[in-house]
Design a binder for this molecule. Structure first.
Ligand SMILES: C[S@@+](CC[C@H](N)C(=O)[O-])C[C@H]1O[C@@H](n2cnc3c(N)ncnc32)[C@H](O)[C@@H]1O
Ligand code: SF4
Ligand code: SF4
Length: 319
């Protein structure tokens, strides 16, 4: 008896590098669909900010763990198609240490943005957002981000072409240690050539005993109220929504963060950190593995909740 040979299968398309070596596929990160994601393109940073969640003990963060340019772009493409990613936030470490691959990677996504410490200059990415981090007026900023950083970033922002089509925002991460500089900071940067100011609040670890964290949410409330007042007096400059800021107040905040991120909408964003051997790892959330959701101040948590309620026209502060 003769058996017919099975019809030949079309050969699977394998992407290779310039030497013909097959490119490594990204790890299995589940089958979930994620409209937005963030990628730490490097675990290297030239600064060591006091509040930084990236370099905490429980996170993948070893500077020796790297993904080369070709593999990184390949894996981002695969993950985009696998998870339906439409928006990618390029982060680090300091993403501008890998400027070229970031600019290349941004082309893979319909929407993308960069968050940078601004010390390598401000990239020109017309139509896209570049968020530059500064954590208060000069003295408190430099106490957190390092001596001379405020002036360096100020120069970089003034050196760029303000008409290049890049949307440049400055972001302050508000902590218990720099909160006193809130109003002075707005005064200091209000006339700079930027498109706006954003604020986020500190995300602590579970046993955070640093001077960065408020004892509890009630102690944070007056700072949130001060930011709401600033928004009222600078509505165009400050991008934060009053409705979202109100959700941060202690009487309601836990509804949006939960004790362990249960209702948190930021967890729909796929975080890609570089772990051992240069493999992408997905930590608990964009802020890493060891986070205290009950005291989380990530503006995005409250802003997404606010927008979803607006869409559904739910009453915002119902009992
Ligand atoms: C981790 S940094 C990476 C990108 C870049 N190196 C920079 O500093 O902008 C991204 C943003 O997260 C903020 N950030 C860092 N640690 C934080 C924390 N524990 N809570 C809230 N925001 C934090 C930084 O201030 C910065 O605006
Ligand atoms: S510059 Fe950014 S990544 Fe580097 S230590 Fe500061 S917050 Fe962290
Ligand atoms: S730490 Fe904040 S952003 Fe992360 S899961 Fe908890 S509530 Fe969400």
């Amino acid at each position: 008896m003769t058996t017919k040979a099975p019809p030949s299968q079309p050969a699977a398309h394998v992407e290779t590098d310039e030497t013909g070596r097959a490119l490594r596929s990204p790890p299995d990160l589940g089958t979930g669909q994620h409209r937005s994601a963030l990628v730490n393109v490097t675990n290297v940073c030239n600064l060591s900010c006091k509040h930084c969640f990236v370099f905490r003990d429980e996170n993948p963060k070893d500077a020796r763990d790297k993904i080369d340019d070709v593999t990184l772009l390949h894996q981002l493409r695969v993950l985009r198609d696998r998870h339906g990613i439409e928006f990618m936030l390029f982060m680090g470490g300091e993403p501008m240490i890998r400027r070229d691959v970031v600019l290349e990677g941004m082309k893979l996504f319909p929407m993308s943005a960069i968050v940078t410490n601004g010390t390598y200059g401000i990239p020109s990415v017309p139509g896209r957002i570049v968020t530059v981090s500064l954590d208060g007026p000069e003295a408190p900023n430099d106490a957190i981000r390092g001596e001379g950083v405020f002036q360096k970033v100020k120069e970089a922002i003034h050196a760029r072409d303000p008409d290049d089509g890049t949307v440049v925002l400055i972001q302050m991460a508000v902590t218990h240690a720099n909160e006193s500089g809130l109003e002075e900071f707005v005064e200091a940067v209000r006339d700079w050539p930027i498109d706006g100011l954003t604020f986020t609040f500190y995300v602590p670890t579970r046993d955070d005993r640093t001077d960065l964290v408020w004892k509890d949410l009630r102690e944070r409330d007056p700072v949130v109220e001060r930011l709401i007042a600033l928004k009222r007096s600078h509505p165009g400059l400050i991008k934060s929504n009053i409705g979202a800021l109100e959700l941060m107040l202690s009487d309601v905040a836990l509804r949006y963060t939960g004790e362990r991120g249960e209702p948190c909408r930021v967890r729909n964003t796929l975080p890609l950190f570089i772990g051992r051997g240069g493999e992408f790892e997905r930590p608990f959330c964009c802020y890493g593995n060891d986070v205290d959701c009950a005291r989380c101040g990530a503006y995005g948590v409250f802003n997404t909740a606010y927008h979803q309620m607006q869409d559904r026209r739910e009453p915002m502060l119902q009992g």
